[in-house]
Design a protein around this ligand. Structure first.
Ligand code: ADP
Ligand code: ZN
Length: 434
């Protein structure tokens, strides 16, 4: 039976949701105009005043905010409440540059917790569950977000943070953890260590996992589900909007419902800024409708995505986003060809390799070099040189078919690529250093 945390909200009809959004947007525009000179200035430059925004249909009149604005306004320039009212600060992981920070008052923490409780309930959790939070705690939002959600839902919360993997597994077994929350790459690593300890899915009680904060493929999902004997659910979020829980997967596992009562989503053409119709691929833009201390209007996430509103078997009505297909700034352009790391992962996993790989791009003279390092499965390491070379060229051929260009594939020893306890580092682009 499908579980919900706030069923009336999660399953409200679309007109009702739109009504909430209209009301909240008007209030939020006023809040920002009155309290955030930085954004008011952007509105004035764009020639918009709060009275011009009568409903979400007018949202495209508002100017965008980008990560560059957050850096410009660092640290306090986008605060809409006095610091005395704020109770928390978090920061991004800094995947693509200098970290940006976000502030929360009590109300903002409360609504963030609600979002994460909804995600946990959708994964089948309730007060009878033991929820092991193995996202990092600290400035990163993963630990605090799922911890808050687990607590509010009433699960027995095990705040492990990331790392010390053998101890993770020991506590998981001793305390009968039923739900695991961490990055998908850390879930893969936990599976490997479980295996090395001579244990299998039968030795643990996990039934579900909530994995997000980085891109992962369907192939990786199936691998994790098999190794840990669970259903693996995706969760999406970003610090700028609060953290994990902006969107989450339900039992249908076919896209993530966006918490539309708190976040209004748009898809835009990243080059022109034009809003695209539902179903088209583009950059995801969010407006936080409810946040008080650090409200962002039309924030450009740089995540490439598609939105679709469809009748979902879970009963939820909120619009769904697909798995982000990588960030617009994550996309590598190698010898003029667009390459997303997720395309490479799909090919590797389809051909029986693990998700332990690294992409290295460099430039020699005027030509880009493109190398993919892939770990061999442990049982194949004794193969002869000829067999290895054949495998490398088979993989390189399959990657060429997917990408249109030929990488040099290097099969390397099992365990030689650094494991991640947080977000995995898949790409080393040395070209940026020159
Ligand atoms: P940083 O931008 O420094 O990594 P965050 O830790 O706030 O900062 O990460 C937010 C970003 O992580 C998102 O914009 C998105 O690119 C990525 N992300 C989060 N959840 C997912 C997910 N489920 N699938 C793919 N990417 C995700
Ligand atoms: Zn659903």
């Amino acid at each position: 039976m499908e579980k919900y945390f706030q069923k009336d909200i999660e399953c409200a009809d679309v007109q009702t949701i739109k009504g909430w959004q209209n009301e909240k947007l008007l209030r939020q525009v006023r809040n920002v105009w009155d309290n955030v000179p930085y954004y008011r200035n952007l509105m004035e430059k764009a020639g918009v005043i709060p009275e011009d925004i009568k409903s979400v249909d007018d949202i495209s009149k508002l100017p965008f905010l980008s990560k560059a604005d957050l850096r410009d306004a660092y640290p306090y320039g986008l605060l809409a409440r006095p610091l005395s009212e704020c109770v928390r600060i978090h920061s991004t992981s800094g995947t693509t540059g200098k970290r940006v920070i976000a502030f929360y008052n009590r109300h903002d923490i409360d609504l963030w917790n609600d979002c994460c409780s909804r995600a946990l309930a959708a994964a089948g959790a309730d007060e009878n569950d033991v929820c092991q939070v193995a996202y990092g705690y600290g400035l990163f939002t993963g630990g605090a977000g799922l911890d808050g959600g687990s607590h509010k839902l009433g699960c027995l919360t095990l705040p492990m943070s990331s790392g010390n993997t053998e101890r993770q597994i020991q506590f998981m077994r001793d305390l009968g953890a039923t739900v695991l929350c961490c990055t998908p790459s850390y879930a893969v690593y936990i599976g490997e260590v479980l295996h090395e300890m001579g244990l299998s899915a039968d030795d643990i009680k996990l039934k579900a996992g909530i994995f997000g904060a980085e891109p992962w493929t369907e192939e990786m999902r199936r691998d994790i589900e098999k190794t840990l004997g669970i259903k693996a659910y995706d969760i999406y979020g970003l610090t700028e909007l609060s953290g994990p829980g902006v969107a989450f997967e339900c039992s249908a596992q076919s896209g993530m419902h966006i918490n539309e009562d708190h976040f209004y989503a748009e898809i835009i053409d990243p080059d022109t800024g034009e809003v695209l119709p539902e179903g088209e691929k583009g950059e995801l833009v969010f407006t936080s409708l409810d946040k008080e201390a650090f409200p962002l209007l039309r924030y450009r996430t740089r995540d490439i995505c598609v939105l679709k509103r469809e009748k979902c078997p879970c009963g939820r009505t909120h619009i769904k986003m697909c798995k982000p297909m990588g960030r617009s700034d994550d996309m590598l352009i190698i010898r003029g060809v667009n390459v997303f790391p997720s395309q490479i992962e799909t090919v590797l996993m389809k051909m029986g390799y693990s998700a332990n790989y690294q992409i290295v791009v460099d430039r020699v003279g005027a030509t880009d070099t493109f190398d993919v390092y892939v770990e061999l499965p442990g049982d194949q390491f004794s193969d002869t040189v000829r067999e290895m070379t054949e495998k490398e060229s088979a993989l390189s051929g399959a990657l060429k078919t997917m990408l249109g260009i030929n990488p040099k594939v290097h099969l390397v020893q099992p365990k030689s690529i650094t494991r991640s306890e947080g977000k995995a580092v898949r790409v080393i682009d040395k070209r940026k250093l020159v």
